[in-house]
Design a protein around this ligand. Structure first.
Ligand code: AMP
Ligand code: MG
Length: 358
């Protein structure tokens, strides 16, 4: 056990003294958890091999799941990547700083520990003022995955990080809730056409329009289990999971909301008949349809950003309720909705698809 200092930081105008303290910890080879606009990251100096190894050990992360390099300016891209196609600059200049990660051919100086031995590197310039101040303060790219124990839901508050990593890391910068609540969109730019590796806050449709290009969306990027191949090493592991059994009620052939709600209710009734205690993750519009369950209202179907922002918090809450089983509704796979469904599919122990067609 080591002493973990939790330092409050202003998310918009981070205090210089707080950032300096965190930078000193990084320079000593320590780990610092920090807010980004997506989720909290667990950062190390990307040039310090021992510090990178610590990220894997404290998170209990499989050694073949690489990290993301965080830079503070588009101009730093050339320090870590090479053979950068011109559309990569076009896209990056439009979405950075922001919640999009690009996979590119790595430069020699990037440590193999960062990329888990791959010839490619994932790079992002985050938009959160605290993340940017930390990278600038260190003067090197920061290597960081999400600041949770491997397999657990990603942290969207400092409290989540404290629960998973207190006593294991040097500093936690508490900048309040993250803005989007789901991890960055990851696009592989080493192929033509580029491939979506992980859906995130910025939808593929928007990225395609921004740089006038086609992005391939493989089935595994939707989180469909049968389609999981190890194109992005992180995709093959079960992720984001509460310890409680989570069942995802997929829309499948349900042609309207009424038949879909019947599908969810019939699942609920099945477990109620077994005298099980049930939690349901449901939208503001549909929560009132359920009885004899604990309702976890996640947000409005009309605002999928709200649903995304609450997603990991609700998945963590499931475990605090002492229920036997949790059932989650599905959401529309449009824009950030694709990221929501990807995470829900990966978090669930079972998926039960609606087959009612009427
Ligand atoms: P996390 O920030 O915890 O979501 O973890 C970083 C994610 O980036 C993981 O899903 C990795 O699989 C992915 N990633 C990092 N580097 C690469 C790479 N070179 N190629 C493909 N995916 C990568
Ligand atoms: Mg992660």
């Amino acid at each position: 056990m080591i002493e973990t200092r939790v330092l409050k930081v202003d998310p918009i105008e981070p205090e210089k003294e707080v950032i300096s303290e965190a930078v000193e910890a990084l320079l000593r080879g320590g780990l610092v958890a920090f807010p980004t606009e997506t989720v909290y990251g667990l950062g190390a100096d990307s040039l310090n091999k021992e510090a990178i190894k610590k990220i894997y050990s404290v998170k209990e992360r499989p050694p073949d799941n690489p990290l993301i390099l965080h830079i503070s300016d588009l101009r730093e891209l050339e320090i870590v990547a090479e053979n950068i196609p011109s559309f990569a600059y076009e896209l990056a200049s439009k979405v950075w700083p922001g919640p999009v990660t690009f996979v590119l051919k790595k430069k020699h100086l990037v440590l193999p520990e960062v990329t888990a031995g791959l010839p490619t590197v994932a790079v992002r310039c985050p938009a959160h003022p605290v993340a940017l101040a930390l990278i600038k303060g260190l003067g090197n790219p920061i290597a960081a995955p999400s600041a949770n124990l491997s397999g657990r839901p990603s942290p969207t508050t400092a409290e989540h990080v404290i629960r998973d990593l207190s006593g294991k890391i040097e500093v936690i910068l508490d900048g309040g809730d993250t803005f989007f609540g789901v991890e960055s969109t990851i696009i592989n730019l080493t192929t033509d056409p580029p491939v979506l590796l992980r859906p995130g806050p910025i939808g593929v449709e928007d990225l395609e329009k921004l740089a006038n290009l086609k992005i391939l969306v493989p089935a595994f990027a939707k989180g469909l289990r049968e389609a999981e191949v190890a194109l992005s090493p992180g995709t093959k592991y079960r992720h984001y999971s509460p310890q409680t059994t989570l069942i995802l009620a997929e829309v499948g052939q349900c042609s309207n909301q009424t038949t879909y709600l019947e599908h969810v209710k019939s699942l609920i009734n099945e477990y109620l008949r077994k005298h099980l205690k049930i939690a349901v993750i449901c939208s503001r519009e549909t929560c009132s349809n359920y009885e004899n369950v604990i309702k976890l209202e996640i947000g409005s179907r009309k605002n999928l950003y709200e649903v995304a922002k609450n997603l990991f918090k609700k998945l963590r809450e499931v475990d605090e309720l002492g229920v036997d089983v949790a059932i989650s509704e599905s959401f529309e796979e449009r824009g950030i909705g694709l990221a929501i469904m990807n995470r829900l599919r990966k978090a669930s122990s079972r998926v039960i698809t609606c087959t009612q067609t009427r």
